[in-house]
Design a protein around this ligand. Structure first.
Ligand code: URA
Length: 218
């Protein structure tokens, strides 16, 4: 399915078409982009996309005293945000979202994709307390088959999470469909909806293996 049709079908999907975001995504795609630059760009994009994903957070007015007078001004309401990173590639993106909210709590889910079955296998889970009372932002740079993200969010829901959003840099149309089939209630904030998944479940044109490019492995 084409990007425009996906956006028509799922009104709670936001593609961040801001020129700065699109420019940085193009730099990520470039195979000559260094590890250092790649990591920096992922973090910057986490901040920019995180900004859009938190636009509707609730605020409450409190009294502050400026040097000139007392005023009622807004602050964030409720418990601290919880950023959930799907390791390991999600960690780079999580750092960027943390720039917006340095006191946010951070949950970690360790998952890898079985190269044969393409199904997610989980090996680690650590969450902050009270996730049922927090806004949860799940981050993973690449939504390929959608299986890992969908499984991670399933875990969050089983633990009581109610307000969940998902951020990624690149998504395959197939991955979005699979994700939305399981989690029609979870808004998605995406840098780019790419053309397709290839036979190895890589996003095309994509960036290759995001974890390897962030950490300079392989
Ligand atoms: N994970 C990646 O890092 N890249 C892809 O293209 C797909 C999944």
């Amino acid at each position: 399915m084409k990007s425009a049709d996906i956006l028509k079908k799922y009104p709670d999907i936001t593609v961040i078409d801001h020129p700065f975001v699109q420019h940085k995504l193009t730099s990520l795609r470039d195979k000559n982009t260094s590890t250092r630059e790649f990591r920096m760009l992922v973090e910057e994009l986490g901040t920019l996309i995180g900004y859009e994903a938190t636009r509707d957070l609730e605020t409450i007015d409190i009294e502050v005293e400026t040097p000139l007078e007392k005023a009622m001004c807004p602050v964030l309401k409720g418990k601290k945000l919880c950023i959930v990173t799907i390791m390991r590639a999600g960690n780079g993106l999580a750092e960027g979202v943390l720039k917006l909210s340095p006191s946010a709590r951070v949950g970690h889910i360790g998952m890898y994709r079985d190269p044969e079955t393409k199904q997610p296998v989980d090996y680690y889970l650590k969450m902050p307390h009270s996730i049922d009372e927090r806004t949860i932002i799940v981050v993973d740079p690449m939504l390929a088959t959608g299986n890992s993200a969908a499984a991670a969010i399933e875990k969050m829901k089983k633990m009581g999470a109610k307000d969940i959003r998902f951020i990624c840099l690149f998504a395959a149309p197939e991955g979005i469909e699979a994700f939305k089939e399981e989690h029609s209630d979870v808004p998605m904030y995406i840098g780019s909806i790419d053309r397709e998944l290839d036979e190895h479940a890589y996003i095309r044109p994509g960036v290759g293996d995001a974890g390897d490019r962030i950490y300079g492995t392989r």
